[in-house]
Ligand binder design. Structure first.
Ligand code: FES
Length: 201
């Protein structure tokens, strides 16, 4: 689970900053969600030290996601729609995935399920491609796209063509070898998610 690409942090950070706006634009993230999330961010010093990040979920509409930074890594928080969940559970999609049951150590134990999440509707995932560390783009559209003739929606990495579904599960026959990493996280009673802390036992 630890990031073994620490030598690339600076370059990754630069890529993250330069692509964050475009990524969120492709995601259709409501502009109003961005300042709300920022209001939850701890100080730059606390972030550098790896402090947990608290994100309000009420600002994320179904089908939308926000991008935050935790331990200098980009992290998406996506609110999945019932239709997204239906597609994730389809046998057709499962047959196209390299690790549909999340058997590799890419998530905490409590997210080691089909949807790779604690709650079905909320996905929390590190936005770093497991090939060479680019930030994939959010492509919620479905059907024929320029990179897939029957795209079920998910994330596409423009660097070398890796594809991931709405659970961060990697497709077969792409360069990325592993599912996207799920960070530790927990929910609170006030409709927020804290990235960087495990659920209270
Ligand atoms: S870095 Fe994503 S496919 Fe190569």
């Amino acid at each position: 689970m630890d990031d073994t690409r620490t030598g690339k942090v600076s370059a990754l950070r630069r890529r993250f900053l330069s692509t964050a706006v475009a990524t969120m634009g492709a995601a259709g993230v409501a502009a109003t969600a961005i300042p709300f999330v920022r209001s939850w961010q701890p100080s730059a010093r606390a972030r550098a030290a790896g402090a947990p990040i608290e994100i309000g979920l009420d600002a994320i509409a179904p089908g939308q996601q926000v991008l935050v930074t935790w331990r200098r890594k980009p992290v998406w928080v996506l609110r999945r729609t019932p239709e997204m969940l239906r597609r994730l559970r389809s046998a057709e999609l499962e047959a196209r995935l390299r690790d549909p049951d999340s058997e590799k150590d890419q998530q905490p134990e409590y997210a080691g399920n089909e949807l790779r999440s604690i709650r079905p509707d909320i996905l929390v995932v590190v936005a770093i491609c497991t090939h060479l560390g680019c930030i994939p783009n959010f492509h919620p559209e479905t059907g024929k796209t320029r990179f897939d003739s029957r795209w079920p929606g998910g994330y596409f990495c423009h660097c070398h063509g890796s594809k991931f579904d709405f659970a961060g599960r990697v497709f077969k026959n792409v360069p990325a070898p592993l599912n996207l990493v799920i960070p530790p996280y927990r929910f609170t009673e006030k409709s927020t998610v804290i990235v960087g802390e495990d659920p209270v036992a």
